[in-house]
Design a protein around this ligand. Sequence first.
Ligand code: NAD
Length: 657
Amino acid sequence: MNIELHQEQSTGILIFNRQDSSANIFDKAVLTELDERLDEIARDKSIQNLIITSSKPTIFIAGADIKSLFSAPPSEMNDLISLGQSVFNKLALLRITTVAAIHGACVGGGYELALACDYRVASDASCTRIGLPETQLGILPAWGGSTRLPALIGLSKALPLILGGKILKAKAALRKGMIDGVCPHENLLDYAHSFTVYPKREEPIHMLEHNPFSVAYIRKKATHDLLDKTRGHYPALLAATKVACDGVRESLLDSLNNEREAIIKLTSGPEAKQLINLFFLTERSKKLKPNKAEARATNKTAVIGSGVMGSGIAYWLSTRKKDVLLKDVNEEALAKGMGTIQNLYGGSVKRHILSKTEATAGLDRITATTKPVSLKDREIIIEAATENLELKKKIFATLDEQSSASTILATNTSALPIHELSKVISHPERLVGIHFFNPVPRMKLVEVVQTDSTSDETLATAVKFVQSIGKLPVVVKDSPGFLVNRILLPYLVRAGEMFTDGAEPTLIDQAMLDFGMPMGPLRLLDEVGLDVSLHVAKTLAAAFPDRMAVPYILQEMIDKGMLGKKSGKGFYVYGKGHSEPNRDAIALRPNNRTPRDVQYQLTLLMSKEAAMCLDEGIASCAEDIDFAMVMGTGYAPFRGGPLRHADTCNLLDRSFY
Ligand code: NAD
């Protein structure tokens, strides 16, 4: 049994408690069981109202069983969608007042169940997260979510939530009208009881949507914005927009029909398949155990260097309740780093990601110093000082003396050979690369770089540490550029060469935006900084001289002070809120490249390099490589990654583009 029915006086309490699992999810068996329970409740006249809750510590209902849903043939899928819709309708049509008492993850089908209740209340615990993330998987909410959320809060508020696939904390969900109240976890059931005295909820009237012109306008604008942003590569977003907008004027049953037809069509398309595969790769990374060794605790941390990366890392660690000692050699740099951290906390409070109290507590977890201090109590130290091998060797020699024999020593280097650092420390088995991406708060991927001497325990601890701060680890070998930069750099370098050949920067960048990249390669070079990019390009060109060369234009531009966005000029000139191609940097030669040619040449390089990384065992499998490229660089997610992309099309066939 997965759902228990209790009764307290006239209140029925349905408790979801999936057997032998830490999560509640919906599959055919659970939906059928819920159907039976609802029949029992409807028959039992002594039950005058109903509360639905869960007994799992951090999960209300985590949605549908995605694995079984997507491995099902279309006819079974159709049956499962219909079953969910009819069971949730049965719940909505009960003659008694129904209240969802939510604690923990209430997402996808879990929130669609809550939407079928009259009222929804939630605990204010940090594990309580509410939303409809289906569009992130290339599908749409099809158990009533695309219809009932607009009906509850209005189309104009619901559409961004559905299209963004946003998962919100309880208070944010309350502000959006997605739930009716928030309380401490310990009061949740009492609070839910207090809602059972209300009559069944009438569907609210949204004046704006009474006007067909408003609905047409909302739909037109949403579709236009989506096409502009996604270039039509994500059909689920367009389908969800259509279903939600049509639903405002159609009957519930017609709209549910639209939901069902749309999801069946989407799941048979390539985009949903790639996005669902990425979802499983993300879950795999969250649970990754690289070996059998026991991971050690990593609560007391130190970050060496308070520049761009060090300050980002210190901020992130402190938000995840790690105690951080932030060290720099330079008072000014340290003050700048702490200023960055304060701004990051300020921004998080402004965007309601953290409360003021949480931000203050986070800042208090950071101790900043330029003085030599003992690091004996630190369980993990992450070096993020200037990219210079000799400097890093000195730093690690000092860390070796200052830390204890069990401290994990990690470097955030982008491209330096990590094994070189093992030569200056007495316990090379404690050394590992923990390579964050910039900007740290936004980028989820972290490469955990294993040298030949890294012990199993160090690797297991580093992976667990990355997971404990909510980032996604991928284990890679200590080799020039590791994995992501190794594949990305040929792409960036070739884009630089195309620019040198005379192609307009906008043509190159636009072509890759059309391919599905989040940013064009030249703009990315400007963001990273041409000096930093040149440094990494040189390291890789030295390691792979037969196939990588550094485009001379980079050095020329650097010599003229064009370092990218940070100097106001790179491939583009940056003004306040706008940018345009940098005419000073443009070589005036005939431009004979087409966007397809650009896409073909640039992505072929990445796919080839990814195949080489696979052959060389830089990552242990093709999935890790694709996952790292999507998470680390934003490689067009709907294409699945450079290896899947190469599998899906014949890369040598230019007509594909
Ligand atoms: P940065 O120049 O912004 O900051 C480096 C900081 O290190 C400076 O504040 C400097 O004062 C400090 N420092 C120098 N010597 C020190 C010492 N002996 N002890 C303590 N602090 C010292 O550099 P960054 O961009 O933050 O890069 C730091 C590291 O992270 C580099 O290894 C870089 O390759 C790597 N990385 C950078 C990026 C990026 O996009 N910037 C991305 C991933 C990894």
